[in-house]
Design a protein around this ligand. Structure first.
Ligand code: SF4
Length: 277
């Protein structure tokens, strides 16, 4: 019987036999060690306005070279990027292999277009955290900046490996109940710990996509905003509007509800922004 190894990256802690792949579709047991199978394999690369991450209070008006691979450790039925997040390597015929050194060169080549660094985004970047770590180190050595867009559903030792190189993050807070997170395959306590460990060392903005039937309660928003304010009332909160996508068919979030949620959050937080409205 072959040996298994346990992945340390997220609370799923997948136990994998040699050659088998984790729930996120992006980590594999190779020679007894669990590594990112998506290292340097890009599905998307684009020069985006930083506001699109979304980051509203970090170098506004600048551009950032944004890269994504495949895989995610949550299973949100309303995923906005399901074509890359809910996919494994076998779903792609056009993956672009880019080493960290090459990616840095591309980032430098776009400085004249307003680029300030690299954003690790589109799919869940931390299922391939080794690539983020190796690239982010080089980016810092070159005097450029790193942005991480993440669901925050990752264990603290993994965060600690990359945090020294990350200048700004947008972290999803998908809902504020344990039950809601369980439905998505995540863990609320893990995400709260991740945010707590991040915000004093990196610029952090939080995003909550308001999905009807998951997190559209004013009560939950009140609790969420009060908790964020207990860390720092200046942490920006993006409350964004859901539109039907992937397996979720509910109507888009009501605009009046969005405004009410913003008003509730604004009782606690100084910087609340509505998105997709
Ligand atoms: S990162 Fe992927 S392989 Fe590792 S525990 Fe989480 S889902 Fe499993």
């Amino acid at each position: 019987m072959s040996e298994t190894s346990v992945c340390p990256v997220c609370p799923h802690h997948c136990r994998l036999f040699e050659g088998s792949i984790g729930l996120c579709r992006a980590r594999i047991n190779r020679d007894g060690k669990i590594v990112g199978s998506n290292y340097g394999k890009l599905t998307s690369i684009a020069l985006d306005p930083i506001e699109k991450k979304p980051l509203a209070f970090f170098h506004p008006g600048s551009m950032i070279l944004s890269v994504g691979s495949y895989g995610c450790n949550l299973s949100c039925p309303f995923c906005q990027n399901y074509d890359i997040a809910a996919a494994g390597e076998q779903h792609f015929t056009d993956l672009r292999s880019v080493a960290p050194e090459k990616l840095l060169e591309i980032a430098k080549d776009t400085i004249s277009e307003g680029n300030i660094g690299i954003a690790y985004t589109y799919n869940e970047a931390l299922v391939g955290y080794e690539f983020v770590r190796d690239t982010a180190k080089l980016v810092h050595e070159a005097g450029m900046l790193n942005v991480l867009v993440t669901n925050g559903n990752a264990c603290l030792p993994i965060l600690e490996e990359i945090l020294p190189y990350i200048d700004a993050m947008n972290i999803d807070l998908k809902c504020f109940t344990g039950e809601g997170y369980r439905k998505l395959g995540g863990d609320l306590d893990t995400v709260m710990d991740f945010i707590k460990a991040s915000y004093q060392q990196s610029h952090v903005e939080i995003t909550s996509l308001i999905v009807p039937g998951l997190n559209d309660s004013l009560d939950d928003m009140e609790k969420e905003a009060a908790w964020i304010a207990s860390l720092d009332p200046d942490i920006p909160l993006h409350i964004t509007r859901y539109f039907p996508r992937y397996k979720y068919r509910e109507a888009p979030t009501d605009i009046n509800l969005m405004k009410e949620l913003k008003a509730v959050a604004g009782k606690y937080l100084n910087r609340v922004l509505l998105g997709n409205v």
